[in-house]
Structure formats: C-alpha cells, structure tokens
Design a protein around this ligand. Sequence first.
Ligand code: NAI
Length: 713
Amino acid sequence: MSLMWHSDEPKDGVLWVTINWTERPVNALSRATLRELSQLVTHVRTDSAIRGVVFKSGKPGSFIAGADVTEFQKIQSPDEARDFVELGQQVFDDLASLPVPTVALISGACLGGGLEFALACRYRIADDGRKTQLGLPEVKLGIIPGWGGTVRLPRTVGFMEAVPLLLTGRTLNGPQAARKGLVHDSVPNEALDHVAREILRTEGRTVRHHRLRVVGRLVNALSPLKKLVLWQATKQVLATTHGHYPAPFEVLNVLRAGLGQSDEEQLRLVREANARLGESPVTRELVRLFFLSEGAKKAPDSVGAQVEPDSIRQAAVIGAGAMGAGIALLMARRGIWTRLKDLNPEFVSRGMKTIRKLLSSDVSRRRITALERTQALDHLSPATDYRGLKNADLVLEAVVEELDVKHKVFDELAAATGPQCVLATNTSSLTVADVARTVAHPERVVGLHFFNPPDKMPLVEVVRGPQSNAESVAKAAAVASRIGKTIVLVGDCAGFLVNRLLAPYMNEAGHLVTEVEDPLQIDRAALEFGMPMGPLELIDLVGLGVSSHVSENMQKAYGERMEPAPVWKSLRDSYDASKSGPPKVFIKKWFRRRLNPAVRKAIADLARQSPTPPQAMSHEAIVQRLVYPIINEAARCLDEKVAASPDDVDLAMVFGTGFAPFRGGPLRYADTVGIPKIVETLDRFAAQNARFTPCEALRRMATAGDRFHRAES
Ligand code: NAI
C-alpha cells in the first residue's frame, strides 16, 4: 500500500502517478514520502516498459505544498538538517536524470519542495485555477530552497528572474508562471491530461519553449552581469530587512559562491547554508509563527460551537467606504452572495468603483482570470435599502465610527434580518457591548474586525461580546475562514486586542516628536527594530483625523494612560478649526520625506512650553518608549482574558500590524529582553509620567521570574 505516490500498471507505456498522501490533508515531502518517491524513480529506471511518467495530484487544491514542516521540528542538530536536505537533493537528482520524459501536471499549491520536485521533471503544465500557486517561499520560514531550487530555478526562468523569486518567496499562478517560463504552459484543468498525453506522444514537440529577453540571455551568459544582479539585490535586501533576516543573505551567498561551480558544489553550499540557518533563532521564530498561523485558519475550539465555512451562502456589508467595499469583495470572490449597502446610490457606486478597480488590477496582474472577475461581480448586489436580507447568514456593519450611527444601523438590521443572521461590527475603537446596547437580540452581535487594506491584511479579530452566543461567534469565524483569513478570537474591549496594543505605540510617537531633536529618528528607530513602517508613517496611512478619533475613544475607555499626545490634540484642533482636512505628518519634497511645516510648527509651539528642550536619544531608548508600553498593555489583556494566550498576542500583532516577525511577536521579544528589565525601565519612565506604570500582572511576573512563553517553546 503506497503512502503518497500511487500508480497502476503503465498504460501505452505511460505510468500515471497520483500524488495523494493518504494520512494527511495536503501533499508534502517528508523523509518517508521522499523515500517512497526514490523507490518509484528506481522502478521507472529499471522497467523498460515505461516510456514516460505523468505526475498528477489526487488532492484538489494541493499539488505538493512543500516539505513536511513537522520534519523541521524533529531536527535536533546541523547534521540532521544536512541529512534531510541531502536526501531530497539525491531523490530529485535521480528524478531529473531519468532517461524517460516526466510531466508534472500542476493543480493547486506547488510550493517549496513541491516546486523543486516539479523543476526536476522534464515538463511542467499548470492549470489556470485560483488555487494553483507556484513558488519557493522558503525564505519566509528562514531557510533557503534546499532541494535543487537554487540551481534549477535560474536555469529554468533565467538568473535575473530567479533572484527576486528566491529572495522574496513570491508565488505565481499558472498564467504568470507560464509567462515567466516556470511552466511550459497553463491550461484549463480539464485539459491537463490531454496536454500530457500530447507531450509524451510527440516527445515534447508540442510544448512551447520559453525564450528569455536579450538582457536575460546576456545575464545568463556573463558572470560579471550575474555579479551585478547579486550586488543590486544585496542592496535591496539590506534596505528592506535591515539585516535582520539571514535567509535572503544565504540565498545571495549561495548564488555568488556557486557561480561557475558544479551542481554538486552548489548543492553542498545549500546544505551548509541550511544547516547554519537551522540553528538561527530567526528561523525558529518564523517556523513557530507559520505553525501558529496554520492553526488559526479556522475557529479555535474555545468558540464552543462549529459552523462549516462552506455553509455560509449569503451576507451583506453595510457601508461601502474604504473597509466595507474591500470586505464585500473578499466575500463575493469566495462565492458568498453579498449585498453592499450605503446611504445613497452615489456612495454605493463609489464602493463598486473601488471594487471594479481592485478586480481589474488583479486581472491585469493575472492574479485572477476575466471569468473570475465576472463571477465575483455576479455575487455582489449594490443596494441603498435593507431589502433581501431575510436569509442572510451574516451582516457586517462598516459605517462611520460613530456610536449613534451604529446604533441606528443595528436597530434597522435587527428588523431587516432573520433570527439566524449574525450582526457583526467592524468597529476599530468601540466595544461590541456598546454597539449591541440598543439591539433587541444582543446574543446575535459580535465583532469581526478587519485591518486596512482588507484584501491585503491577513488577520481578522473575531470578537466575543459579553452577550454573544457561541453559534454567532462560530458563524462569524466561519466567514473569516471562508475568505482565507487568519483568525484570532479575542474578548470585548475598546480597540479589541490589536488596536488596544497599537494605541500606546502610536501615541508614544506623538510624545516623542516633541522630545527628540530629530523627529524623523522615531521612524528610523522603529524600522531598524524591524517594524514594516515607522509609527509616524503609519499615522499618515490611517489618517490623523481617524487616529485622533480612535485615541479619544481609547482615552474614554482606559483613562489617563491613553490620553492623546498633545501634538495630536493640537493638530486635530487646528484641523477642526480650519475644516480643511487633517494635515499629513509628512510631505514629499524633492522625492524626500520631510516633516509637514504645520506639524513642525505644532511641535515647536509645544516644545516652547516644555521645561526640557528636545534631546538626542538613542534608537534603543526610542524603541523602549514605543514597544515596552505594548508589552505592558498585552500583560493587561492576558490578565483580563481579552487574549487567550501569549501566542495569540504574538500572532495578532505580527499578522495585524507586521510587528517584527523575526522577533516572534511582542511577547516573544519581551521574553528575550527579560520581564524584570522591562518593569524596571517602565518604572524609570513612570517617574516622569504615570502612563508608563507597569501593570500588576507584569510586576507579578517580574517578581516570580516568569516569562510569557515557556522557555523551550
Ligand atoms: P468610511 O468613512 O470610508 O466609510 C463609511 C461608509 O459608511 C461611508 O461610505 C458612509 O456613507 C457609510 N454610511 C454611513 N452611515 C450609513 C448608514 N446608515 N447606512 C449605510 N452606510 C452608511 O469608513 P471606513 O474607514 O471604511 O470605516 C468603517 C468602519 O470600519 C469604522 O467603524 C472604522 O472604525 C472601521 N475600521 C476602519 C479601518 C480603517 O483603517 N479605515 C480599519 C478597521 C476598521
């Protein structure tokens, strides 16, 4: 009985192999499944009746999703890492050197080791379905493609195209892969078998052979140009990673050192690189976050009820603004019949225009087909009233952040929907309890909090209000799961988990601008720490108006410690007075970012009133001011059971805000710093201002010598 590679007798000399790991939901390459492939390859080599092999997945949506990541957890030493890498290299080399043609028919995820397997086949044909994704995302897990990808990818798509694919781990769908020459063709799924038969019948004469552009051919031919490509890429990697992620540098080293070397030597370099990376704490954190996010693809058991994501058929989104339009599109794209309502036809059509733009950009980037765009639009119906909501499974409110308006909308919704319908709010700073206060059936009200922009940000907070029932929470989680989001279940409080933790960070940036000599240093320090953008840039992204409004709500909920920084207050007041729109923190001048003169003036006015002049501050001191309050607030959230575990906090902050993934999240970072040091530093800051005072929970941890995470995890 085979484990993953199933085949019958050859038909007309062709061996059809179905890839289906019977014990697992997805196909992956473990030691056992690699050994089985090795036996199959030997069998093909020795059986003269076989004149061609076709590999095809027996699992819809998964060709081969990659190496079996659970194997990584078993690896205890660099030698074991080397052995695992070598095993895959040998098996794929054997496969690549088979004298008979091999065809990979790719449908579904073909990632990492899965793509390295396909690259070792002589022909690759992908289907054009949404689930088909090809790529080498190893760097995202802190390792580098070990099973020949660094050698075969440049050979297949050209050195210049391969470098960014290896460094970013970007994935391509079938048509994109065909355009780059990664696969020989992309065809509808039903045509795959026929194409494979034709390839074997005509000995490959029917396949298109990708021709590189002139520059690509020149780079392939000339080593100095390859070195130039690597030099450019190194500069780019340094700029984007600030040197925090070793894997992209190892990719560059392997490519550089491998120039002009034999395949064996290049593969040896890869083994050594992965043995080193296996020991890196960054790899450990990235693998841990990968497991946490995989586990968060569906509702946790603690919800207390289960709803199948596929059972969600109809939904509605109220408010076709920045958030509502994006969320409605996500639902429609996953086949949920979605109504999008706003106050008048003009606002609804503005939302629909946003949606059409997003879809068209996806079509032009070949992320989706024109047919998928039509299907998504077919699933959307614009509306200015509440008709047709009686059978909706869930309605999401995404109207302006004003409690009175939300109350009115929820009252109307309670009347317009059936008893089965969950009423969800996307509020960013109110509580579910606040929103549900006037609703006749508060047990149906939950929070479903998306992040901006909703099509890009992977996280959704599913919020259990004090009166929400388990079925409603489970249904909301099922919607989030259906649209492919990472789910964190959180308790009800202003800002929920992520915005509550982000609020002191953003606010602290406002305090710092008047205290440091060079306010631009704040963003630089945050970037160097590993944040995807600085807090001041983030304020511009969210908008000063919105973020001031949020911080006022946060102050109402949490009092003094969240009192908006004076600079934000003064800028907001000047905006209220002038009605000309809130100023941006930065303006662009001569392609460089500068502080907006209005902001500079507000800072100078405040500095004049302060007894201490702005000072030079180290990046470390700035980071402590920005990040330690997040940790303090997180300790409160755990104590209040707003977050169920430190892992949830880390996952939510990394996936919701991009908090330095290589650090594993704020609480993993707290453990590496040590809780006593954090408490001591916060106490020192608190001597100047009480907002820093460590919470009781954090103090208790410091006294008991506790960590957020167990030492070995
Ligand atoms: P927005 O101002 O872009 O859109 C709000 C829309 O709601 C407008 O089109 C408005 O016409 C419509 N609206 C107002 N009253 C309505 C009613 N009675 N019926 C139907 N539509 C009505 O606001 P945005 O940014 O989309 O935010 C919406 C909600 O999402 C807010 O609660 C906000 O706090 C939350 N949120 C916003 C995020 C952001 O970054 N913008 C992130 C996460 C949540």
